[in-house]
Design a protein around this ligand. Structure first.
Ligand code: M6R
Length: 616
């Protein structure tokens, strides 16, 4: 969850590392730090809070060296203090280290090191790892043509239980970084006379678009002109150099106040990108390049299982509804974090899917591995090219929406909804969905970006509504069928960015408990599109109104509600069932966003959260 950047080259390392850390801040923002090798010592600056605090601190330290490491922290072991911020130095001052992950056996290691007179300044597992490397480094003989640092990191990691993405420097090797991963992403950036390493492409793309994605169990040594990768078992790896297909401008905020706002308004284009080239020539179905499964094999699937976390799980739930409805195949969805520990009976001929924007969520990755261990094929819907999930899945579908920086997922979510709808179409057309119904479905999906544009035009109206409700402390989101997951998503969005208590419920379920919360102080957002159960939803609204609960109704244009029933009305255009969840997501995203803004919350970096959750 933490952000990592390392640089070795001819430029001053600190400004490049700080720039990279700013781009990684969404990964963790409890504290940040940088260490640079200069004049025979490590100059270290670290500070709790945002990278902006670190910048001020770094200015005091006059960091001029051309090799260094930097880190943004999301606290696991030890509180949010300057001492616990990374980089950590070993007590003999020889080793500097940054780390993402959790060292599970750090207690026994620390005991061992204390007995050898190593001392500790922080409460972190990372400082223990740093000292253990120093211990091995001190004992490692210098062998011509071999890296002492690499060997001692290798030896140390053989004793480590847990997860890590680390970058290490040694005091007597000013032009060398050693980096290794197990469970935490690391990417090498290959430049001209300089090399970089980071937990995320965003931190290095301003310097180079040539990257190598490290795999679990790999360790790399970087110098300004060279890099070499091997495994912990000392096998040499031939690197595969990839080209990043987006530029730094994609990860900048431009004219917007927040990344979340930018990403909400980017959705029409994001949807266009996610569907580009993915419809058949006859315009009646979807097609995907990377499924690695033949139509015949697909035809034999009798059940689907979807696993994900948070927002991505809500996208899976909508997909479940659409596949069951259009392809008539049973689908099960589960929290990835539960699936990995539940001993779920799985049917034969089940195709397993995971969804993950980042492709690094540890619970989703663990679910993927568990399903593969049981012998199932696992496909992934994923946004970040080269992510661990993308690489470990048997095939999959990239979302192609560019970097999503706001911690609250928006454009990644609607593109997952789109891909889910396309999957339902693809499978449906192999079964009972007719050519004509397929063509109508495809045309509806193609029209989705324009419908989203129409809803976005209501932003000023939704902002006015947000102002009226921003001071409330509780809110319900109610929807039915494919919009029940959108109600869950609305509640999640509001909770995470505005710290307001919100719950999502199936609208009719509300009377089985949550109705007790209703009063003039608890507004309800109803997702009430035109359709066969519109009148049932109106009845649920009446039940809320009878108890003085304020109602914000999201209804189809032209819908007739009994006069005075809704306090606020937001309209969405009439649309195909496959497109409805996408279109209905926009008002709940905008409402949550504007409420958070009204409440003065830090929208892009909500407290306690990180964009990508790479620890359990
Ligand atoms: O990267 P992933 O899609 O795997 O992330 C899963 C969740 O952590 C994520 O969707 C989270 O719920 C978001 N902050 C929601 O806005």
């Amino acid at each position: 969850m933490c952000g990592i950047v390392g640089y070795v080259g001819k430029q001053k390392a600190a400004p490049l590392i700080l720039e990279g850390l700013k781009r990684l801040e969404y990964r963790g923002y409890d504290s940040a730090g940088v260490a640079v090798w200069q004049d025979g010592h490590f100059e270290v600056a670290k500070k709790t809070g945002r990278v902006a605090n670190l910048e001020k601190e770094a200015a005091r330290h006059k960091l001029v060296g051309s090799a260094g490491i930097g880190h943004t922290r999301w606290a696991t072991h030890g509180g949010v203090t300057d001492a616990n911020a990374h980089p950590h130095l070993s007590s003999d001052g020889q080793i500097a280290l940054i780390h993402n992950g959790v060292i599970e056996n750090y207690v026994s290691m620390k005991k061992f090191l204390l007995a050898k007179d190593y001392t500790f300044k922080s409460e972190t597992d990372t400082e223990v790892l740093c000292n253990l490397i120093a211990y091995h480094y001190a004992k490692e003989p210098a062998v011509a043509g071999e890296s002492r640092l690499l060997e001692s990191v290798r030896k140390t990691l053989r004793h480590v239980e847990g997860t890590y993405g680390i970058v290490v420097m040694a005091l007597d090797l000013p032009e060398e970084l050693v980096t290794a991963r197990k469970g935490s992403p690391l990417i090498l950036g290959l430049g001209e006379g300089e090399n970089l390493v980071a937990s995320d492409v965003a931190a290095i793309v301003s310097r180079t678009q040539n990257v190598v994605y490290l795999k679990d169990g790999e360790i790399a040594r970087l110098t300004p002109k060279n890099f070499a990768i091997s495994t912990l078992d000392e096998a040499d790896i031939t690197p595969v150099i990839d080209k990043v297909n987006w530029s730094i401008a994609d990860a900048e905020m431009g004219e917007y106040a927040h990344f979340m706002e930018k990403e909400i308004f980017e959705q029409p284009v994001a949807l266009e990108n996610a569907m580009r080239g993915r419809f058949s020539e006859d315009g009646s179905t979807a097609q995907f390049g990377g499924l690695n499964i033949t139509p015949g094999e697909f035809r034999g699937i009798e059940r689907f299982m979807f696993c994900a976390c948070g927002t991505a799980l809500h996208a899976c739930m909508v997909t479940e509804h659409l596949i069951e409805n259009f392809a008539r195949i049973p689908v099960e969805c589960d929290y990835a974090s539960e699936f990995r520990y539940r001993n779920t009976p799985l049917f034969r001929n089940t195709l397993f899917f995971v969804m993950s924007q980042s492709g690094e969520t540890i619970d989703t990755l663990a679910a993927l591995r568990e399903a593969k261990r049981k012998g199932y094929k696992v496909l992934a819907v994923n946004n970040v090219v080269g992510s661990t999930i993308a690489r470990e899945a048997d095939g999959g579908i990239y979302q192609h929406v560019g970097p999503e920086v706001g911690v609250a997922s928006t454009k990644a979510f609607t593109s997952q909804l789109l891909i889910g709808a396309m999957l339902a179409l693809y499978i449906g057309r192999m079964r009972d969905l007719s050519f004509g119904a397929g063509v109508r479905y495809v045309n509806a999906l193609k029209g989705a970006p324009d419908l989203v544009r129409q809803v976005l035009k209501q932003a000023p109206h939704i902002r006015t509504i947000a102002r009226r409700y921003a001071h409330h402390t509780d809110m319900l989101f109610l929807g039915r069928l494919s919009l029940f997951p959108i109600a869950l998503e609305g509640a999640l969005k509001l909770k995470e960015i505005s710290y307001l208590h919100a719950e999502g419920y199936p609208a009719a379920e509300m009377k089985h408990g949550p109705i007790a919360l209703i009063s003039e102080k608890c507004p309800s957002v109803f997702l009430a599109p035109k359709g066969e159960i519109f009148n049932k939803i109106v009845s649920s609204m009446q039940e809320i109104k009878a108890r003085k609960g304020p109602i914000i109704a999201i209804v189809t244009e032209g819908a007739e509600l009994p006069p005075g029933l809704a306090d606020e009305i937001i309209t969405i255009p009439e649309c195909h069932e496959a497109v409805l969840p996408i279109v209905a997501s926009i008002p709940v995203q905008l409402l949550s966003y504007y409420i958070a803004v009204e409440r003065g919350c830090d929208v892009d970096k909500p407290r306690n959260l990180a964009k990508s959750v790479t620890v359990e």
